[in-house]
Design a protein around this ligand. Structure first.
Ligand SMILES: *[C@@H]1O[C@H](CO)[C@@H](O)[C@H](O)[C@H]1NC(C)=O
Ligand SMILES: *[C@@H]1O[C@H](CO)[C@@H](O)[C@H](O)[C@H]1NC(C)=O
Ligand SMILES: *[C@@H]1O[C@H](CO)[C@@H](O)[C@H](O)[C@H]1NC(C)=O
Ligand SMILES: *[C@@H]1O[C@H](CO)[C@@H](O)[C@H](O)[C@H]1NC(C)=O
Ligand SMILES: *[C@@H]1O[C@H](CO)[C@@H](O)[C@H](O)[C@H]1NC(C)=O
Ligand SMILES: *[C@@H]1O[C@H](CO)[C@@H](O)[C@H](O)[C@H]1NC(C)=O
Ligand SMILES: *[C@@H]1O[C@H](CO)[C@@H](O)[C@H](O)[C@H]1NC(C)=O
Ligand SMILES: *[C@@H]1O[C@H](CO)[C@@H](O)[C@H](O)[C@H]1NC(C)=O
Length: 423
């Protein structure tokens, strides 16, 4: 639990610093009657966002253009919602969003930067993403990475930040991202991308509504998360180190992802020291969200380059190591534990050089939709050493015996049965 101790130290630092500041107080109320609140929110942040305190009273604050907060030694109490008005054509104009998330050239409509701050939404406020308008608009249109759909909440270049008890309703695209940051704690996060348009019942019209993507960040903690989405409920991307995850619930979607890694040929992706515990992955009714694909899955591109990011790529190196996932419960997931290194590739590609090693899976329970409950297919060019299991008991369907598959695994221990080379 050394990561956990580190996280508590960060929290103590932020809180003791905040106790000494707050010379200024800005209190806001929504303007109401359909008015635009962006000006008053920006003015309050300019006035109190550094060495001050802001209190947003309950209600909706309409935000009609991109907004960034630079918070320094400050505190924000958000008892209402920042309501991002869903003018799709406006937001799709690249000039109208920030492009601070380098990977895949993603767009952000709201970016927080700075250091030594707390944003506390007390479980009653946060962001209204108005996603249904977006999901319906995109249901019959092409969706791809970097297409301009905005990330709901972006933390970029943050050090020592705490986000607490924050709610994001109906994220149009990724719910959160943390990039180029260190010592960030998110304690209490709710995201919910649930289609309610009957025209699309039974389909996943909420792809790319990831709970969070972490990128180029060190010492991040995600505790007490509840994510409903149609994609990765957590995506650990390149240069995420010392990530601590606890009490994380994923409802529907693809599961908890490492990757995709190795998309950028000139940028090695390093993921080192990830500790996750108490993960719950729950399948939703299939008319609401048909997918609950994996518990935890790890993936890289091949070593062959196919086009360029954001949609193409491959050929990137790096490694993933020192990962622990313990106390994991999976409810009718398709493939509970999956590792593959062929994302975006073709047969005949050069196998990836990005290596996965030192992966430990402790105390897994629940049910799988298929008999193959573990499917670890490492690259021939980077076989995986030191894959360990303790108390891994995920049941296969209909009381059949579970299958375990290991390909290019150097050493494995602890599964209840043999991990066959081909399953
Ligand atoms: C504020 O939001 C409400 C609800 O989404 C909307 O009806 C209204 O038009 C918005 N006002 C502005 C100025 O965008
Ligand atoms: C979009 O697709 C859905 C189902 O796939 C269909 O019911 C709907 O009519 C389509 N909408 C448009 C505008 O084409
Ligand atoms: C997510 O939103 C849907 C639709 O509003 C709702 O039915 C569901 O209960 C919500 N999920 C959670 C976990 O709150
Ligand atoms: C595990 O996570 C769930 C959901 O977040 C929470 O209710 C429960 O208290 C956690 N268990 C422990 C032992 O922390
Ligand atoms: C990750 O860090 C390594 C070592 O500092 C660096 O060479 C690499 O470019 C970084 N990759 C990304 C995706 O930033
Ligand atoms: C194993 O995991 C289950 C479900 O996630 C949890 O309830 C239980 O406390 C864990 N047991 C141990 C010994 O950690
Ligand atoms: C994997 O674990 C071993 C044993 O603890 C350690 O020596 C090695 O450095 C680790 N590999 C990486 C890439 O961190
Ligand atoms: C399990 O049994 C159900 C009901 O008989 C059947 O529909 C399903 O295909 C079976 N699953 C497997 C993997 O055999």
């Amino acid at each position: 639990m050394e990561l956990k101790v580190g996280v508590l130290t960060i929290l103590a630092t932020i809180l003791s610093l905040l106790a000494r500041v707050h010379s200024k107080l800005c209190a806001l109320e929504p303007l109401g009657s359909g008015q635009d609140d962006t000006d008053q929110v920006e003015a309050a942040i300019a006035e109190c966002g550094q060495y001050g305190e802001l209190v947003f009273g309950p209600g909706d604050y309409n935000i009609t253009r991109k907004m960034s907060w630079n918070l320094v030694a400050s505190r924000v109490d958000l008892y209402g919602y920042l309501n991002f008005v869903p003018d799709i054509q406006y937001w799709l104009n690249p000039d109208n969003t920030y492009r601070v998330v380098f990977i895949q050239n993603q767009a952000s409509w709201f970016v927080v930067t700075g250091h030594d701050f707390t944003i506390d939404a007390h479980g009653v406020g946060g962001i209204q993403g108005n996603g249904q308008t977006w999901w319906t608009y995109y249901a019959n249109r092409t969706r791809e990475d970097g297409d301009g759909r905005p990330i709901a909440f972006t933390l970029s270049h943050v050090s020592r930040g705490l986000v607490k008890d924050f709610r994001i309703e109906a994220q149009p695209f990724w719910c959160n991202t943390v990039a180029d940051s260190e010592d960030v704690v998110y304690d209490g996060m709710y995201c919910n991308a649930t289609n309610t348009d009957p025209a699309y019942f039974g389909q996943n019209v909420v792809p790319n509504t990831d709970g969070i993507d972490t990128f180029r960040s060190d010492r991040v903690a995600l505790t007490n998360w509840d994510i409903t989405c149609g994609d990765d409920c957590l995506a650990i991307k390149g240069n995420t180190t010392n990530l601590y995850v606890a009490n994380y619930v994923c409802r529907g979607g693809n599961g908890i992802a490492f990757g995709s890694l190795g998309q950028y040929v000139n940028l090695p992706d390093i993921v080192d020291h990830v500790e996750m515990q108490n993960l719950t992955l729950l399948r939703l009714p299939s008319n609401i969200q048909p997918n609950m694909v994996s518990g935890v899955y790890l993936k890289s591109w091949t070593a062959t380059v196919h086009g360029v990011p954001p949609t193409g790529g491959g050929g990137g190196g790096g490694y993933v190591s020192n990962v622990v996932a313990k106390d994991v419960y999976v409810d009718q997931v398709t493939v509970p534990l999956h590792l593959y290194q062929t994302n975006g590739g073709n047969s005949g590609d050069t196998p990836s050089y990005l290596q996965f090693s030192n992966l430990t899976f402790v105390n897994w329970s629940g049910t799988s939709l298929r008999s193959k409950v573990v499917d670890i297919e490492c690259s021939a060019n980077a076989p995986c050493p030191n894959i360990q299991f303790f108390n891994f008991n995920v049941a296969a369907p209909n009381r059949t015996a579970p299958d375990y598959e290991c390909v290019n695994v150097v050493s494995e221990s602890g599964l209840p049965g043999p991990c066959n080379v081909t399953g």
